[in-house]
Design a protein around this ligand. Structure first.
Ligand SMILES: [Zn+2]
Length: 62
């Protein structure tokens, strides 16, 4: 479309940024990495919990 400059949006705050960038600032990058780590920890915790429940069920059976 004419008149529209190619650009992206910061995936954290949604600000318009250059097409080769993912974040508008170091702050937003840090924010994103913090969030990603939190999410990974949560996933790991869920797996650990599932594993424990499975172990428990196996110990209960037979
Ligand atoms: Zn941003």
């Amino acid at each position: 479309m004419p008149g529209i400059i190619p650009h992206r949006h910061c995936i954290v705050c949604g600000k318009a940024i250059e097409p080769d960038k993912t974040f508008c600032s170091d702050n937003c990058q840090k924010e994103y990495e913090k969030e990603r780590k939190k999410q990974r920890n949560f996933t790991l915790m869920m797996f650990a919990l599932l594993f424990l429940v499975l172990m428990f069920l196996m110990a209960m059976g037979h």
